[in-house]
Ligand binder design. Structure first.
Ligand code: NAG
Length: 459
């Protein structure tokens, strides 16, 4: 017994020595260039690993970060999955290198989630650590999107520590609130991922958020982040522009609307065009719009005819298409036509610019994020009616200035009735002006004044 106790310090020393030796031998090379935040005039030596554990083609915000850094002369390594084709400007930019992550393993239906999830995380952990610690040159900054937080926050935090890089976390939302949406807030996995996110979130040297409300929340417990933080609001991409000429509008409508006989009515205003894009998932309650349209159609006076174009792909689409068919057949949607579509991106952007009103059903899981589709609608000069039951809503939609908020189908039906009627023209026109104004501030302006300053690019 006594001998075991005496041996204990030696064992500890030995383990320490082995760890130290392993660290000396396998230590990744560290960043030794100029300190982060001192880009100087040309910005030539700013190097950034932009990391998103998702499809690069469907990560517009990380794409814009990469393009902005490159534009100022910084060198970017954009790391993520390659599924959909990335933005063409990314592919042609000499200052941006794309590093593809190996596709994550997919769960076979026969294996339960709880068994599969740890395997998938280990797989990602291994590849990410290997890539960031050894595969790539060390960078001045690692800019990582959150969520997904597992395992990106842990890996990025560790690598920054080993390689002398600065970690910048771009908070789009919280991973644990999204998980809570599918698993329930009391699930032990949800609690675990909340703890993980709260603690590892504090590893960032700098934080970006999509709203002021999110920045306020991150300063408070349980996050309690003390490092510098600024909000960088999403702004519309250049492809979203208002259309002011009547002939340009007519050309787009003729091309994009499948029912050619409706186009003349849309042009002379006797029929109104509303557009909504949805991911057809349970976190966007599409039935609100459907109920609202049914109530609108049953309104007291003969309501103005409406064409509703719904774009997007998603799991509940078929179910709702059947509901729409039933409602139409039973005569409950007189004066209302609902069409679903999946348009190429440039056509979607133009369709928004030709519509009378955009509808957004986004319900925020965290309460402090904002729907990108409304940002794009404003870019196209389209006023919106949007679900308003969350804290950050007012940071984007200003009631009565560029749009209207609703929480129930009844309220939405009221908004449709007032804005789409003849008497509502002036109000809708005023909202349109507000939307154009809100959409006129673009990403470059927002970025140069915030992230650009932090990284040290002189503007
Ligand atoms: C790439 O960086 C250089 C400076 O290193 C800069 O002059 C150039 O404009 C950048 N190119 C693009 C396409 O952003």
């Amino acid at each position: 017994m006594a001998a075991t106790i005496l041996l204990f310090p030696f064992v500890l020393c030995f383990l320490g020595l082995v760890t130290w030796a392993a660290y000396r031998v396998f230590r990744p090379s560290a960043y030794t260039g100029p300190a982060a935040g001192t880009a100087g005039g040309g910005g030539g030596h700013v190097s950034v690993h932009v990391l998103v554990l998702g499809d690069i083609g469907r990560s517009p915000r990380m794409t814009y970060h990469a393009l902005s850094i490159a534009k100022h002369g910084g060198k970017v390594n954009l790391i993520g999955y390659l599924e959909n084709s990335p933005h063409p400007d990314i592919l042609s930019n000499p200052n941006i290198t794309i590093t593809k992550l190996p596709a994550a393993p997919r769960r076979p239906a026969s294996i339960p989630f709880l068994l599969f999830a740890p395997w998938k995380v280990l797989y990602q952990l291994y590849h990410l650590t290997w890539l960031l610690a050894y595969g790539l040159e060390p960078a001045q900054w690692i800019l990582v999107q959150n969520p997904p937080s597992i395992p990106t926050l842990a890996v990025a935090g560790l690598v920054c520590c080993l390689r002398n890089s600065k970690l910048m976390i771009d908070w789009h939302n919280y991973g644990w609130t999204i998980l809570a949406g599918t698993r329930g807030a009391r699930h032990s996995l949800v609690r675990l991922s909340k703890l993980y996110e709260c603690y590892l979130g504090r590893l960032g040297h700098f934080h970006l958020t999509v709203t002021h409300a999110m920045a306020r929340q991150l300063r408070e417990p349980p996050y309690s982040i003390t490092q510098p933080m600024i909000s960088v609001h999403d702004r519309p991409a250049a492809i979203f522009q208002p259309i002011t000429s009547a002939s340009a509008r007519e050309e787009v409508l003729r091309r994009v609307i499948p029912e050619k006989n409706l186009v003349p009515h849309l042009i002379d205003g006797s029929m109104r065009l509303i557009v909504s894009s949805t991911s057809w998932t349970p976190d966007e309650d599409f039935s609100i719009l459907l109920d609202a349209l049914t109530q609108y159609a049953a309104g007291p006076e003969a309501s103005t005819p409406v064409l509703a174009v719904i774009t997007g792909k998603g799991p509940q689409k078929e179910m709702y298409i059947r509901k729409i068919e039933d409602l139409t057949r039973s005569g409950r949607l007189p004066n209302v036509r609902i069409r679903t579509a999946f348009l190429p991106f440039p056509d979607y952007a133009k369709l928004l610019a030709c519509a009378d009103l955009g509808i957004c059903l986004h319900m925020s899981s965290s309460g402090v994020d904002l729907p990108m589709k409304v940002v794009d609608m404003f870019g196209a000069g389209l006023p919106v009616a949007a679900y308003s039951g969350y804290e950050s809503f007012g940071e984007l939609v200003k009631e009565g200035e560029n749009g209207r908020g609703f929480e129930t189908a009844k309220e939405l039906a009221g908004i449709l009735a007032s804005l789409l009627s003849k008497g509502g023209r002036a109000e809708l026109e005023a909202l349109r002006k507000g939307a154009i104004k809100e959409g006129s501030r673009r990403w470059d302006e927002e970025w140069d004044a915030t992230v650009g300053q932090i990284m040290g690019f002189s503007s």
